[in-house]
Every structure is written in C-alpha cells, then in structure tokens.
Design a protein around this ligand. Structure first.
Ligand SMILES: *Cc1c(COP(=O)(O)O)cnc(C)c1O
Length: 350
C-alpha cells in the first residue's frame, strides 16, 4: 500500500458516546459535537455512528457543516450551529432545518427579521469572552428572547480541563444567574465539563473530543490509528546528518527509514526530532525535520525490515503525540489531512 492509512473505528466513537451519556446526570441529554468535519474524521460518518448509538442532537461550527450533517442524517435530529445566524445563511438554516445558537443582539435581530418562526437557541458569555451575549446584552434582550421561545440557552467553559481552576465555579455561578427561572433547557458542559460532575450537566451536554478518544475523557476507547508506508531504508555513518538543515547528526552507524507522510499530511513540523513511531510495540524516534511529504525515522533497533510504521496505535494515542509536538489532541486530529486513505471500521462504515 503506497499511501498512508488513517483507520477510524466508528464503533469506538459510538461506545465513547454511550459512556459519556452514562456519566451524565439522570435526565440529561447527550449531544455530539461534529464541527470541523467531525474533528477531521468525516462529520457525515461520525454523525451517523452517533445517531446509531442514540444521539439526537448535534453541534457544528457553521451552517454549511450543518447542511452536510443534515444530508447524512435526514430529518429529525436537531442540528445546532455554534456560529449562530450569519449574514446570508437564512435559506440554509430554513431549508435544512438548522438551529442557530444566537451570539449577539445583531444576530438576534437578523434571525427574528429573516425567520421569525424558526427555532433558535442563545449562547451566553460567562467569562470566556469568545462567543455569546454578555450579561449586559442578555439583560437588554432577555424578555424579547424568552417571548420568542428559544430551544436552548448555553455557555462554554474556558478551563474545564483543569478541574481545580477557579474559573469553572465562577462560570457556573454566572450561568445560573443568567438562566435560573427561565424554564428554557440549558447546556454548559463539553467533555471537560462532563468530568467536572453533575452540577455542570444541566439538560444537555456537548461532548466533542471525548467521542474521538481524547483527554480529559481518559477512559475513552481508542478511535484512530495511523500507519505510514516506508519508502526506503539506508544505513548512515557517525557524523552524517539527516533532513533539511542537517538538524540531526548520527552519533554512530544508524539505520534510517524514510516514510511517505509529512507536514502537508498534518504531521506538524513541531514533531521534528521529537515524535516517536512504532513497529508493533517497539518505539523508533523520528529524526531530523518533518518535510512536506516525508519523515525520517531511526530504525536501528529493529531486527526486521518494516513496510510501515505507526504514528497512532495502542501504545501512542492522540494526546501522547500531541505532547511530543507541544500541542493538544484536538489539533492533531484536525490536522490529519485529507491526503490519507481513510479506512472506516464498524457499523457506520457501510
Ligand atoms: C468545541 C465545542 C464543544 C466540544 O468541546 P470538547 O472539548 O471537544 O468536548 C462544545 N461546545 C462548544 C461551544 C464548542 O465550541
């Protein structure tokens, strides 16, 4: 096989959704976040796997992403658009029955003018200063919004992956202050918020990364594996250098394998001289810089000639790899580019 293969286990995504659903408080619904094309793994396929596991609500970042999910799922499930109601999106929102999460007074006006009878929710800013209405904006339009019967009031936690961060309790308190007594369903927790406990769960949780096997859902089932083909091998001598800039210099005779994948495939350049690849359970260090289409790996310690090496496998998950590139699992997943052959395992792959 001349092409790198990203294997995606859709049954594992379903199992992670069910596990996160069981962790949520009684009566709390569990949605599935499939923005950025399902964290890079294909939103239509992931959404179908989640629907098969029991999910009935989905979150995307843009209306166009919502359209792709609607086409995959058909009518019925609710699809919420986190960027809200953007200029020019009214017909997409109406025709594909998307639910915009309104972020500002401008968006509220746009939505009520264009689609006065169409479902919407409201996103509130409880301290992250990114999306949603501030307390002052909310106070100004709260009665108008409540009279228009929103489907959901939500906010997002800035520091949920740090359980002891004081910001969590502060955001929770402000969310209560802004929404108590409204009788509207509420949502505050993404994956990290689910881990913080049932005080954070409200009526709906919105896990993303946990579905795909990432921290802070540390008991997640592994979803992705990535195997890269070896093009050629050579033995170099002490003092020889490897790759652009000669940033790696061999201390002794070294067997180097050149693999067909590089930063154009989402292998971040920050992995240069840092990441580790695997031959079964045997680690082999990436040496030299990551090139556009190639990486070089020290396989001196292997007895056999591998035809592929693994970057994601049972011994190295997206968070392990992220740590080697000084980033987070989210960026690893969404970087794994469209150039790979994707192999889907499980029920939803049909
Ligand atoms: C991305 C996102 C989520 C999902 O977050 P995870 O940390 O991946 O679980 C939930 N809500 C909002 C508003 C988001 O932007």
């Amino acid at each position: 096989m001349g092409q790198a293969t990203l294997t995606i286990d859709l049954d594992a995504i379903g199992a992670n959704w069910r596990a996160l659903d069981r962790m949520s408080a009684q009566g709390t619904q569990t949605a599935g976040v499939v923005k950025a094309d399902g964290y890079g793994l294909s939103a239509p396929k992931v959404a179908r796997a989640l629907a098969e596991a029991g999910a009935r609500r989905f979150f995307v970042a843009l209306a166009q992403e919502g359209a792709a999910v609607r086409l995959a799922l058909g009518p019925g499930p609710q699809i919420n658009v986190l960027s809200g109601h953007m200029d020019g999106d009214a017909s997409l929102i109406r025709d594909l029955d998307l639910t915009p999460m309104i972020n500002s007074i401008d968006q509220l006006t746009r939505h009520l003018d264009a689609l006065p009878d169409h479902a919407f929710g409201v996103q509130l800013d409880t301290g992250m200063s990114r999306l949603g209405m501030s307390l002052a904006e909310w106070d100004a339009v709260r009665e108008i919004v409540l009279a228009a019967s929103p489907e959901l009031l939500m906010s997002h936690l800035a520091c949920a992956d740090e359980p002891n961060h004081t910001m969590n309790a502060a955001q929770l308190a402000l969310f209560h202050h802004m929404t108590d007594g409204t009788q509207v369903p509420r949502s505050l927790a993404a994956t990290g918020g689910i881990m913080l406990g049932q005080d954070y769960h409200f009526d709906l949780t919105r896990p993303g990364i946990g579905l795909y096997g990432g921290t802070p859902f540390d008991r997640a089932t592994r979803v992705v594996s990535l195997s890269l083909p070896v093009i050629q091998t050579r033995v170099i001598d002490a003092g020889d250098v490897v790759g652009y800039g000669g940033s790696y210099q061999a201390a002794g005779p070294t067997k180097v394998a050149t693999l067909l994948a590089g930063y154009a495939d989402g292998l971040l350049r920050a992995m240069s001289n840092q990441a580790v690849l695997w031959h079964k359970d045997h680690p082999c260090p990436l040496i030299g810089r990551v090139s556009m289409d190639l990486i070089t790996v020290d396989i001196s310690s292997l007895e056999d000639e591998p035809t592929t090496l693994d970057l994601l496998n049972p011994w190295q998950n997206i968070d392990d790899l992220a740590a080697m590139a000084n980033t987070i699992g989210y960026e690893i997943l969404t970087s794994l580019g469209s150039r790979y052959r994707k192999l889907y395992l499980g029920a939803g792959s049909r």
